[in-house]
Unconditional design. Structure first.
Length: 96
């Protein structure tokens, strides 16, 4: 059984800012671990995509979050880049 402290341990052990930790908590509590579009995640945090950029970079550097860019149709039908994020899959670490 996974304890809440086990989920938060990687973030607590890294030297991330308070705002980056807040984003991490929203990601853990509000998603199922799958890919989430950055604008949707920013809205969940009550911020804009631009406001969370620096803090997402902290989480990426800390190895807590991974991002993926996809070239897909946007709202107007033209293809554009969309960024998605999710928690890093640490299943191999748990199995060891």
């Amino acid at each position: 059984m996974v304890k809440p402290t086990d989920v938060l341990a990687p973030a607590l052990a890294s030297g991330i800012s308070d705002r980056a930790f807040r984003l991490f908590c929203v990601l853990v509590l509000s998603t199922d671990g799958g890919w989430v579009p950055v604008p949707q995640f920013a809205a969940m945090c009550g911020m804009t995509s631009h406001q969370i950029r620096m803090f997402l970079a902290e989480l990426r550097v800390g190895g807590i979050v991974e991002t993926e860019r996809r070239y897909e149709p946007g709202d107007t039908g033209r293809k554009t880049w969309h960024t998605y994020l999710r928690l890093v899959d640490d299943a191999p670490a748990e199995a060891a």
